[in-house]
Design a protein around this ligand. Structure first.
Ligand SMILES: [Ca+2]
Ligand SMILES: [Ca+2]
Ligand SMILES: [Ca+2]
Ligand SMILES: [Ca+2]
Length: 158
């Protein structure tokens, strides 16, 4: 299984996220559904590499092209209280998202990963309180069907 996103990278994303939220609060831009309210060219190469879109009255999406190859490789959806709803990541930068995070009330509940980058999720991880494993499911032969399930009981490593 591939590694988690490096800590420093996630911290940087967090700082970036905080800056965007501040910017949105300061500008008080009207929330038109489906509108792209800002495009950013972070590396000043003339090509947009960050987008902020209004999905509906309570949700906003930030999309980034972190390696500046013209293909988005990170996106985050968050609610009106700036709590994360979901994140998608193209870990190997092949143009296809392969790592998905789902949050409830801003707390990580589930992670779905395409570990072999074939375009299909093959690892599902459910979490308790955002950090404790509660269930792991795997599709070991890539046929789309789950063939391994492991349940975890809190406080036990069985
Ligand atoms: Ca750019
Ligand atoms: Ca990219
Ligand atoms: Ca990928
Ligand atoms: Ca896969």
């Amino acid at each position: 299984m591939k590694q988690f996103v490096p800590r420093a990278d996630r911290r940087r994303m967090g700082l970036y996220f905080a800056a965007i939220c501040t910017w949105l609060a300061l500008t008080g831009i009207s929330r038109l559904p489906g509108a792209t309210i800002r495009e950013i060219d972070e590396n000043s190469d003339g090509v947009t590499d960050q987008w902020i879109e209004i999905i509906d009255s309570t949700t906003t999406r930030i999309t980034k092209d972190r390696d500046f190859d013209g293909r988005p490789d990170y996106s985050m959806v968050y609610d009106e209280r700036a709590r994360k709803i979901s994140e998608s990541l193209d870990f190997n930068f092949d143009g296809q998202m392969d790592d998905f995070y789902y949050y409830v009330g801003g707390v990580l509940k589930r992670r779905e990963i395409d570990t072999d980058f074939d375009g299909r999720v093959d690892l599902w991880v459910s979490l308790f309180e955002g950090v404790y494993l509660s269930r792991v499911e795997r599709d070991l032969d890539g046929d789309g069907e789950i063939d391994f399930v492991k349940e975890y009981i809190l406080g036990s490593d069985e």
